[in-house]
Design a protein around this ligand. Structure first.
Ligand code: CUA
Length: 412
């Protein structure tokens, strides 16, 4: 290669390298594991950094040595043969001992972290049962008799202990900013616990390939001050229909042991916000950080008649005998006791639908009821829109769907 040719390649290659390097400098990283907001996440964070930096030192040392040797002992005066010898005890002992020391350096903190994070949760922890479904999350709070879907509320400063199971295939429970991943395994209960250290809203994901809509199996975590968690619990325990939102100062619910003080903030600057002023029973939508609002585009050819307006009363009447009740429960509606799909008791107060895939508003709800498989590949929920093409024929007009959507939205 001539010098000119080499220079022609070198400049774009360097530019590309710099561009790729700079692309990692964005401060907007809502789903990173670094700067975690729980003691569990913090332990993993510390370990990751320690191994990364130690690995970097080894990498730089070895590569420098390699380059020095290549340059210094390159062929210079003809084909003079290198000095030949057999065996070198000092070198051999050296290259056995040094990796052993490096491995010990990696193993000791790793094993310590594993024992720490695998230990049993503290007594008095909030118990949450996490049940994986293709492709949504069921959350049960057995201490309070609450069942919800795709949205977790957790009190800041109190350890939450999650019992992980699955109804079908393997899934993995992951909230990057709060905890490490842990799998949901068939016929086995896994556990994971952590204590959120600040109030905010976080993204959660399924981190184990589980079929067509694996990437669409998301959830939200709202970490709120204990008093607001109590308000949320009290509200979730009520029947949805006709129940007024409770006043912010709610009678103390059964919280088990007293809340622990928040862990000292030992991590990166916290994007904490004060939700106390605005939250009544659910996380205020106006305060949602941008990253928890899904921006999934809807299928272009899926249309809905914008001239119809839904009616809550008509929707409620229709719902009582609609096929919806075969799969969904609504507390307070005796006929709706299905357990295959998400519990819809307070669906109107959730921020997302369809396993965190779409924002929870009338427009998305209407499209979802009209043709769920089109909105989410592989969805077990069938389509209901008349004239929609799919595995099963739809039965409802846009007017009926608008009524159903209006009713579901009213289930705050
Ligand atoms: Cu559930 Cu991937």
């Amino acid at each position: 290669m001539t010098r000119d040719l080499r220079m022609r390649w070198l400049t774009p290659a360097l530019a590309l390298l710099i561009a790729v390097g700079l692309s990692a400098c964005s401060s907007f990283a809502p789903n990173t594991i670094f700067g975690a907001h729980s003691e569990f996440g913090h332990s993993v964070d510390v370990l990751t950094r320690r191994l990364l930096y130690a690995g970097l030192v080894v990498f730089v040392l070895i590569e420098t040595l390699l380059v020095v040797i290549l340059v210094r002992y390159r062929e210079r005066d003809g084909n003079r043969e290198a000095k030949q010898f057999h065996g070198n005890s000092t070198l051999e002992i050296g290259w056995t001992l040094i990796p052993a020391v490096i491995l010990a350096f990696i193993a000791v903190p790793t094993i310590k972290t594993i024992f720490k994070t695998q230990a049993k949760a503290t007594p008095g922890a909030l118990q949450v049962e996490v049940i994986g479904h293709q492709w949504w999350w069921e959350f049960r709070y057995p201490q309070y008799g609450i069942i919800t879907a795709n949205e977790l509320y957790l009190p800041v400063g109190r350890t939450a202990n999650f019992a992980l199971t699955t109804k079908d295939v393997l899934h993995s429970f992951w909230v990057p900013k709060l905890n490490g991943k842990r799998d949901l395994i068939s016929n086995h209960t896994n556990y994971i616990w952590f204590t959120p250290d600040s109030a905010y809203a976080w993204n959660g994901f399924c981190a184990e390939y589980c079929g067509t809509s694996h990437a669409n199996m998301r959830f939200k975590v709202f970490t709120v001050p204990p008093s607001e968690f109590d308000a949320w619990v009290a509200h979730q325990k009520t029947n949805a229909i006709g129940s007024a939102l409770p006043a912010p100062a709610i009678a103390k619910a059964d919280t088990g042991k007293a809340a622990q003080p928040p862990a000292p903030a030992a991590v990166a600057p916290t994007p904490v916000m004060n939700v106390s002023d605005t939250m009544s029973a659910t996380f205020p939508r106006a305060n949602l950080p941008e990253w928890v609002i899904p921006k999934t585009p809807t299928p272009a050819h899926l249309a809905f008649d914008q001239s119809v307006t839904g009616n809550v009363t008509r929707g409620a009447t229709l719902f009582k005998t609609a096929p919806c009740i075969a799969c969904h429960s609504v507390r307070g509606v005796p006929t709706a006791a299905g357990i295959i799909g998400p519990n819809l008791t307070h669906v109107g107060s959730r921020t997302t639908i369809a396993g965190g895939l779409y924002p929870n508003d009338l427009r998305h709800l209407q499209l979802w009821i009209k043709n769920a498989p089109e909105m989410k590949p592989g969805s077990l929920m069938p389509l209901f829109g008349k004239n929609e093409k799919g595995a099963t024929p739809g039965v409802y007009t846009d007017q009926q769907i608008a009524d159903l959507a209006a009713y579901l939205s009213s289930l705050k």
